[in-house]
Design a protein around this ligand. Structure first.
Ligand SMILES: [Zn+2]
Length: 189
């Protein structure tokens, strides 16, 4: 099985030591959710986003080593193309299971303490999770089963009997399909 394109995590915008540590995250201004429809778990299409000059997305990561927040910005189309192409090419051999780099992604390296201890900020309110950022940066595997089930249930795609590895695969497929509703993933379903 081929491995999905490596995730470089090279687009760090800021690693600001002045941003408050994790205890205060709930009070912080969270990410920009212009990518969401009226419902957080239903994404706008890529056409809509690009028509509104939303070609990149920012997200926040927290370091388990130094407890500081890093803001990362990433291109949407580039990652969608990679993920969509991978799913189309490997649908049969994946058999509904997320490949290991999706299921258990390597934590990105923190630019402040140089340890690979970064993980995405996942707010307690699941309606405030930055799903598109998690998708683009291959961070969905950091979500709990409860969080994955929340997104899939909201979209009518939840099967309670599935393992986490299958739920992660379903998340990638569903988000890619929402971004390109008439793309090749539509025909796969
Ligand atoms: Zn750190």
């Amino acid at each position: 099985m081929n491995i999905p394109p490596p995730n470089a995590h090279q687009n760090v915008l800021t690693a600001d030591a002045n941003i408050p540590p994790i205890r205060q995250i709930n009070e912080m201004q969270m990410e920009d959710f212009a990518w969401a429809t009226a419902r957080n778990s239903l994404l706008q299409t890529l056409d809509y986003l690009e028509a509104h000059n939303l070609e990149t997305i920012q997200g926040r990561l927290i370091c388990d080593g130094c407890h500081q927040i890093t803001v990362m910005e990433t291109n949407i189309r580039q990652h969608l193309d990679q993920i969509q192409n991978y799913i189309v090419q490997h649908t049969i051999d994946l058999q509904g299971l997320a490949p290991m780099p999706w299921f258990k992604p390597n934590p990105p390296v923190c630019q402040l303490c140089k340890l690979n201890y970064l993980k995405p900020v996942l707010p307690p309110d699941m309606a405030h999770i930055n799903w598109l950022f998690l998708f683009c940066e291959n961070l969905i595997g950091f979500c709990s089963v409860k969080q994955l089930r929340f997104f899939l249930r909201e979209n009518g795609k939840l099967n309670y009997n599935k393992s986490k590895q299958r739920l992660v695969y379903d998340m990638f497929r569903e988000i890619a399909r929402q971004l390109r509703p008439t793309g090749p993933l539509h025909d796969l379903l």
